[in-house]
Write a new protein. Structure first.
Length: 363
């Protein structure tokens, strides 16, 4: 997957070596490689892309694969979302395949497998795309400065009367950008400081937005939702980005340069959680007909939070085993980073719970 402020979701497809039809990168994996790590490896080898891969699969699909023996057998494939942060100029299978970015509808129509097409369509970002078009001017700012503040632009776009939907969507843009930066930050490398700085700036943008929400709540007599629901939702979203800032601050303070796989996996979950929240915000404009989709999104957020808890426990155990007879300070630092990553995902679960409450009350 690839995303930008003015194009929330695009899908990268590649051609099959045998038939030339459009497919996603896929392959087998050994017992010593986790499925999502294998998916990221296949994406780099077959499509020449790198990024944060979420350990929680989107779902599965089946297709018929022809073996070297001539047999044609059904194969089950788990699909993992990968937020692309780098496109390589040269990669292992460059001469054997083509790659191309598609919007969701194009990608869903391009693949042959109905179940895979349904998984692609499940992103269902049409309403979020409409919201992004309302704020597409931000793409110019981001392109020029890479980490430039955005709230001044939102102030020009927001109505003078209390309309909380634009504020929710504005916050979701800042939240998603910060999550993407967090995913890049834990990959390490020379751009770490720039990625941390972007998180700080996005958190500042979010603070401006939440102040506008709280001011508007006080001044507005009639609101689309109960005042407590409005403040609970924006506060839960803001807790997520506040914890991202805390994690980035800890990484900068302790000069952490290397991150273990569990940290990268949790960061990838954070990237996907932010994407789901960004999709949910425009759907709140009309809760009734969108209640089913909102429940699907919140259910996935809760499931990913549970998966993140398992990864957090495994990461802490590995860190303790690695440093139980050595550098205790290094273990304390790693535990601190894990703590912040866990709190980010916990805050996303809080967002899911608030959205579920809104759906129950207003659908």
């Amino acid at each position: 997957m690839g995303r930008g402020l003015n194009a929330p979701v695009q899908v990268l497809l590649i051609t099959s070596r045998e038939s030339g039809r459009w497919v996603i990168p896929k392959g087998n994996f050994g017992n010593n490689v986790s499925p999502h790590s294998a998916a990221a490896q296949e994406a780099e080898e077959e499509a020449g892309v790198r990024g944060a891969v979420c350990p929680t699969p989107l779902g599965t699909y089946r297709y018929r694969k022809r073996k070297g023996s001539g047999a044609s057998l059904m194969a089950d494939v788990e699909v993992f979302p990968l937020a692309v942060s780098e496109e390589l100029r040269d990669w292992k299978e460059k001469e054997q395949r083509q790659r191309r970015w598609f919007n969701l509808n194009e990608a869903a129509n391009a693949v042959d497998e109905p179940d895979l097409s349904d998984l692609i369509r499940s992103f269902n970002s049409s309403e979020f795309n409409q919201a992004a078009q309302r704020t597409s001017v931000l793409g110019v700012v981001a392109e020029k400065s890479k980490v430039g503040p955005m709230f001044a632009w939102f102030q020009r776009l927001l109505p003078k009367t209390g309309n909380f939907f634009e504020l929710f969507e504005a916050h979701a843009v800042a939240l998603t950008a910060a999550a993407d930066a967090m995913g890049r930050l834990v990959q390490g490398g020379p751009a770490m400081h720039d990625n941390a700085r972007e998180i700080f700036e996005r958190e500042h943008d979010a603070d401006q937005i939440i102040r506008e929400v709280l001011k508007t709540v006080r001044q507005t007599f009639l609101t689309p939702f109960d005042r407590s629901a409005i403040t609970a939702l924006i506060n839960a979203m803001d807790d997520s980005i506040d914890e991202m800032q805390a994690a980035a601050s800890a990484i900068e303070l302790y000069e952490v340069a290397d991150f273990n796989q569990e940290m990268k996996d949790m960061a990838a979950i954070i990237v996907d959680c932010a994407r789901l929240v960004a999709e949910a915000m425009p759907l709140l404009r009309n809760v009734g007909p969108n209640g089913g989709r909102l429940h699907e999104l919140t259910e996935r957020l809760v499931r990913m939070e549970g998966h993140a808890d398992e990864i957090h426990s495994a990461g802490l155990k590995h860190a303790f085993q690695s440093h139980r007879k050595g550098d205790a300070i290094e273990f304390v630092v790693q535990r601190e980073i894990f703590k912040h990553l866990e709190r980010i995902v916990d805050a996303f679960e809080d967002v899911a719970n608030v959205i579920d409450g809104i759906v129950i009350d207003h659908s």
